[in-house]
Design a protein around this ligand. Structure first.
Ligand SMILES: [Fe+2]
Length: 60
């Protein structure tokens, strides 16, 4: 990522909790979430483009 354009955080939303991982421009735009399950929704916040939902194809 770059200082001018980067993901500020990732948020995994499940039925009973939200896990948020803060990201920094110097690091890769990736995170591990404990106990992620099918049906959870991942959101990413970009400093330029705002909040968006990450499509399932981008998840492993
Ligand atoms: Fe962006």
């Amino acid at each position: 990522m770059e200082k001018e354009h980067y993901l500020s955080f990732l948020a995994l939303v499940s039925f009973d909790r939200v896990q948020i991982v803060k990201l920094y421009p110097e690091q890769a735009p990736a995170a591990r979430f404990a106990g992620a399950r099918r049906g959870d929704v991942l959101y990413a916040f970009c400093n330029r483009h705002g909040l968006y939902r990450v499509k399932a194809a981008a998840l492993r």
